[in-house]
Design a protein around this ligand. Structure first.
Ligand code: ATP
Ligand code: MG
Length: 366
């Protein structure tokens, strides 16, 4: 049933010499949900369509459950209908002239099942998406969320080896989106399906994915669990894309194991996680998340420093302080409804070195 998906060196160019998917490699284990996350135009849909067989890759190899389904160099290209892959798209791709039941039954028709088997599978699929009582309604009488659940039931009813989902929630209103997001993960996990899910929404990726792959300009930059992605981003783009909005420029002065001593514009030194390959003398950017800045640091906390509060923005449940730190303007977040610091004053903070990440300035994202 559920199969492992293996993508190696995948490349796709619509015009010669301009790859929109560029040397992408990753594996989705059987029963795992991997989310591809990235800004518009980075190649998420194209990657998904290559896996589905709707797009012909120009490079690389795709295999499903150990079977090579696409390898242009070897002349292998299994047509979509033979891949046994379910798909759910952004637009509600259901048949408007059919009922809910008829929509879900559709993919089973060509599969030679008995009437009883078919009915049982349809019932199961509809129960899974909580639409049993809507079976005989026309799909035109459903809400957006219900329609997407029909699309999901239809994509799963024949027990595909892999489920592909391309921004299935983006046409729904905010509230429904949140609810269906949680439901989707539950449903996919209940069936134990292998799934590849595409979105440009971080929170959706974090909630849904077992692992998240961040894409940019056709390249897969990092594939990791949400926790790894948020706590050890591979580069400045991933750091920024996942919300590490503070950047402090500096120069590497020394290495101490996994950490570097970074001299900032103000001359003060900062200890930050640093890739060993980054040499002394290199210009770097240190990224740190506003919520990881310690506003009540212990007396012996590393990277303890006093900063001027340039601006205070009260947000009700939390407060954001704009600080002048090492000559850079950064934001720090304080939880709670009662802010403890005033605008114009000084505050002693600490930057936990494991949550400060230095990246070569040459790799700066625009
Ligand atoms: N059929 C096509 N012909 C030519 N170029 C295409 C075609 N389909 C996609 N592209 C280009 O490939 C790049 C990647 O497109 P893709 O649809 O994969 O992006 P995406 O990450 O899914 O973006 P979005 O978040 O906006 O859906 C874009 O620059 C797009 O213009
Ligand atoms: Mg897309």
């Amino acid at each position: 049933m559920s199969a492992e998906l293996k993508v190696s060196g995948l490349g796709k160019a619509f015009t010669a010499g301009r790859a929109v998917v560029d040397d992408v490699s990753f594996t989705v284990a059987a029963g795992e949900i991997v989310v591809l996350l990235g800004p518009s135009g980075c190649g998420k849909t194209t990657t998904l369509r290559c896996v589905a067989g709707l797009e012909h890759p120009t490079e690389g190899e795709i295999s499903l459950g150990g079977e090579v389904i696409s390898a242009p160099a070897k002349g292998i290209l299994l047509p979509p209908r033979l891949r046994n892959v379910g798909m759910v798209f952004q637009s509600y791709a259901v048949w408007p002239h059919l009922t809910v039941r008829q929509n879900v039954a559709y993919p089973l028709k060509t599969r030679g099942l008995s009437r009883a088997d078919m009915d049982a599978k349809i019932r199961q699929a509809l129960a899974l998406v909580d639409l049993e009582s809507y079976a005989d309604r026309s799909v035109t009488q459903l809400s957006g969320g219900q329609t997407q659940r029909v699309a999901l039931a239809r994509a799963m009813v024949y027990e595909p080896r892999l489920l592909l989902l391309d921004e299935p929630l983006s046409n729904l209103d905010a509230q429904l989106r949140l609810r269906l997001r949680d439901e989707l993960r539950r449903i996919i996990k209940a069936v134990g399906l292998t799934a590849l899910y595409v979105t440009h929404e971080q929170t959706e990726a974090v909630v849904l994915g077992d692992r998240i792959g961040v894409m940019r300009d056709g390249k897969l930059l990092q594939l990791a669990t949400a926790e790894d992605l948020y706590n050890r981003p591979a580069d400045l783009f991933v750091a920024g894309f996942t919300g590490a909005s503070n950047v402090v420029p500096g120069t590497v002065r020394a290495h101490h194991g996994a950490f570097g001593e970074i001299e900032t514009a103000s001359g003060a030194r900062l200890s930050a996680w640093l890739n060993e390959g980054t040499p002394v003398g290199e210009r770097v950017m240190v990224a740190v998340r506003p919520e990881n800045i310690d506003l009540v640091p212990a007396a012996d906390a590393p990277n303890r420093v006093t900063a001027r509060i340039l601006e205070r923005r009260y947000q009700g449940t939390h407060t954001i302080y704009h600080l002048d730190l090492y000559g850079a303007r950064i934001e720090a977040l304080e939880m709670g409804t009662a802010p403890r610091h005033a605008e114009g004053g000084d505050v002693t903070i600490a930057l936990p070195p494991t949550l400060c990440w230095a990246y070569p300035a040459a790799e700066i994202a625009p």
